[in-house]
Each structure stands twice: as structure tokens, then as C-alpha cells.
Write a protein that binds this ligand. Structure first.
Ligand SMILES: *Cc1c(COP(=O)(O)O)cnc(C)c1O
Length: 394
């Protein structure tokens, strides 16, 4: 099998050829600095504006409210740290969840060391934030609710409209890390009462190292990067023009194909889930069965190590992930899988497969056969499994 089957689109995606093509002239002939006054550079300024407009439209908002950053992590850092600073007089309490990306969790931990108080909400067994718990957590000093749109490991989609409503009713700002959701789900920041939203280019077939933070008009957030007057004085540094142009193109393509991709990915993904659950015993699906990102499947196979499974799948040309890319390499099981209540030993046997619209049913057949083979092999070498089977037979 010479071909690679890439099933790790939650970690990153390839840039589409149209995206690369749109970017290329901005490395060479259109190299001007958008801040320069001469006519030659105006083209670059226009290209940045065009990308901003495309993104704003995709969010159902005004052009000026989109600020480019160097990725999703920076956007998360900016939203949370700048809110904490700007609203310090009002209060020092932030509400988030236990299943956020580390860009949010570690930023909150950083603020805790600096006098802020953070509530990390539990989630239910499917990874959904409980709205009653959220309401109970609100204090007079709460300045920010930051809850991700959809989870990067288990795909669960949060009740964003309800969270937005609760935040608005209490006069609390609402930020959402939509890095996984933007480009996969329809989002309207006005309808959902979202005050700040983070997204990233490389998760939706755009380039790496470019993202944005949407900031609702009127919020008094200061610049995160101090220096020049770029991004309306809110994010200094000469614009990553090729990155911005590529991001804009990727968003345009993602929005044009949104429903078609959702349908295709959901069908292919459901086929994979159904076959795995039916054909591999002692296996569970993590995350909500239906309320999840269209491309996400996350399984736990009892009695095996997810890392071993990953390595053996890799030898068969299949790229997946155990936990998230940022957590793999460490021996701790994923904080998300622990938060949905999995015991350590089950969380350790997990596999995340995230599809794209290019994956086919034939590929899923191959993947299922390989998973069956490898899981059987690993279990046959597991003393735990041997004990379990002996007990079953008694
Ligand atoms: C990938 C990811 C990020 C980080 O985005 P970068 O552009 O890689 O910095 C943040 N949040 C979530 C949910 C992600 O999946």
C-alpha cells in the first residue's frame, strides 16, 4: 500500500492548490508593504481588505471587526489576556471548561498565577458543558466566559447560542475558540451573541501561521502586540500578506462547499463509526453520537495502548492521532477524555480519526480492516485482555 490515508485533519490540513496559487504573487511581484503610500503597495492593502471582508461575511459581521493574528493560539491568548486586563476593575473571574484547547487552558492558568480566579466547568459524558452549572458559576465579578465552539479531540459541539444568551443576559463577555468549527459549521456571531471568536488558517485548508480574532465593535481591548499601527492599532507587525490572502481564499472555498462537505464527511464518518463499533468488540465512541463535528471520530479500544495502535496504523499508511497532537508525546492521557469520565486505562487506548471531504468509503474499509487486525494483535499480547477473557469463560 503506497498511498497515505490522512485522517488527522483536526491537527492540520493541506493548503488547497487554489490557496497556494492565490498566495504566490504576494511573495514575489506584489511584495509591497501594505502600509506604504505608493500605488504599488495599495494592491496589497486591497488584498488584505478583501480577505478581511470575506472572513467577516462568513461570520455575518462587519469588516472592521476581524483582526489578523499569527494563528489560533495567539487569538486565544489575546482575547483572554486583553479582556482580563481591560475589565480588571469590574472583576477578576473567568469561566471556561475542562475540555478547552491548551491555548485557552494554559492562558487561564497563567492568569490564575496573577490574581485572577478561574472556574473550569465540568462537562457531561458526551463532552457538553452543562448550562445549569454555567449559570451557577457566574459571580458579580465574572468578566469573561470562554467556551470552545467544538472540541478538537472528541468533536462535541457546544450549545453556543445558549451560552451566548446567558453571557449577554448577565452582561459578561463571551469568547469562543472556533478553530475547529470555523469552516466546518455555519457560524453567525450576531445571532449567537459572540463577542470574540478565534480561528486559524491551517485547520481549514489554508496556510499555517495565520489566524484571526473577531472582536465585537466597542470592546475596549488593547493591542496584544505593541509596535506599529497595523490592524487599526490593535496588532502591530507588518501584515503576513501571503498568509492573509491564502486564509481569505481558504475561507471563500470552505464557505462555498460547506453543506456539501458536511454531508459527505458525515456519511463517510458514520460508516467508519458504525463498522468499528460493530466489528471491534470492547470499543466505545467518545463524544456525542450525532452532535459532533462532521469529520470527527474518536474511539477507545479496551486493553490496548493508543500509541502502539497509532504506530502500527502508520506502518499501514494511515495517519491518525491519540488524544490531540499537542498532548501526544506525553504519557498523561488526554485531559478531554478524563473530563468526560473515562478511566485512565481506557483513555490510554484512544484513537482520533478526523476526515476530509476527499476520504472515501473504500479508504474506510481499508482502515477498518487494519484497525481490526492491529487491535486483535495488540490484545493477543495483553495480559489484561488474557485475564479478562479467562474471567469471561469461567
Ligand atoms: C489547532 C487549535 C488551536 C491552535 O491553533 P494554531 O493556529 O495552531 O495556533 C487552538 N484551538 C483549537 C481548538 C485548535 O484545534
Amino acid at each position: 500500500m503506497g498511498k497515505m490515508i490522512y485522517l488527522d485533519n483536526a491537527a492540520t490540513t493541506p493548503a488547497k492548490p487554489e490557496v497556494v496559487e492565490a498566495m504566490l504573487p504576494y511573495f514575489t511581484e506584489n511584495f509591497g508593504n501594505p502600509s506604504s503610500v505608493y500605488e504599488f503597495a495599495a494592491k496589497n492593502k486591497a488584498a488584505v481588505t478583501h480577505a478581511r471582508e470575506t472572513i467577516a461575511q462568513a461570520l455575518g459581521t462587519n469588516t472592521a471587526d476581524v483582526y489578523f493574528t499569527a494563528g489560533g493560539s495567539e487569538a486565544d491568548n489575546w482575547a483572554i489576556k486583553a479582556t482580563a486586563e481591560a475589565y480588571r476593575e469590574k472583576g477578576n473571574h473567568i469561566i471556561t471548561s475542562k475540555i478547552e484547547h491548551h491555548a485557552v487552558l494554559h492562558t487561564c492558568e497563567y492568569l490564575e498565577k496573577r490574581g485572577y480566579e478561574v472556574t473550569y466547568l465540568d462537562v457531561d459524558e458526551n463532552g457538553c458543558v452543562k448550562l445549569e452549572e454555567l449559570k451557577k458559576a457566574i459571580r458579580p465579578t465574572t468578566i469573561l466566559i470562554t467556551i470552545m465552539f467544538a472540541n478538537n479531540e472528541i468533536g462535541t459541539i457546544q450549545p453556543i447560542a445558549e451560552i451566548g444568551k446567558i453571557a449577554k443576559e448577565h452582561g459578561i463577555l463571551f469568547h469562543t475558540d472556533a478553530v475547529q468549527a470555523f469552516g466546518q459549521l455555519a457560524i453567525n456571531v450576531e445571532e449567537l451573541n459572540i463577542d470574540m471568536l478565534s480561528a486559524s488558517g491551517h485547520k481549514l485548508n489554508g496556510p499555517k501561521g495565520i489566524g484571526f480574532l473577531y472582536i465585537r465593535k466597542g470592546l475596549k481591548l488593547r493591542s496584544f502586540v505593541h509596535g506599529g499601527a497595523q490592524e487599526r492599532h490593535r496588532r502591530a507587525g507588518t501584515e503576513n500578506v501571503p498568509g492573509i490572502v491564502g486564509f481569505g481564499k481558504a475561507v471563500e472555498l470552505a464557505m462555498a462547499s460547506l453543506e456539501e462537505r458536511q454531508k459527505k464527511e458525515t456519511e463517510t464518518r458514520n460508516y467508519l463509526i458504525e463498522r468499528v463499533l460493530k466489528e471491534v468488540p470492547y470499543t466505545r465512541l467518545n463524544g456525542d453520537r450525532t452532535n459532533r463535528l462532521p469529520n470527527n471520530a474518536n474511539f477507545s479500544f479496551q486493553f490496548i495502548e493508543g500509541e502502539s495502535l497509532l504506530i502500527m496504523l502508520d506502518m499501514e499508511g494511515i495517519c491518525g492521532s491519540s488524544g490531540s497532537a499537542c498532548t501526544s508525546g506525553s504519557l498523561d492521557p488526554s485531559h478531554v477524555l478524563l473530563a468526560i469520565g473515562l478511566p485512565h486505562e481506557i483513555a490510554h487506548g484512544s484513537l482520533r480519526l478526523t476526515l476530509s471531504e476527499t476520504n472515501t468509503i473504500e479508504e474506510m474499509d481499508y482502515v477498518v480492516e487494519k484497525i481490526k487486525e492491529i487491535v486483535n494483535k495488540l490484545r493477543s499480547m495483553s495480559p489484561l485482555y488474557e485475564d479478562f477473557i479467562k474471567k469471561q469463560e469461567q
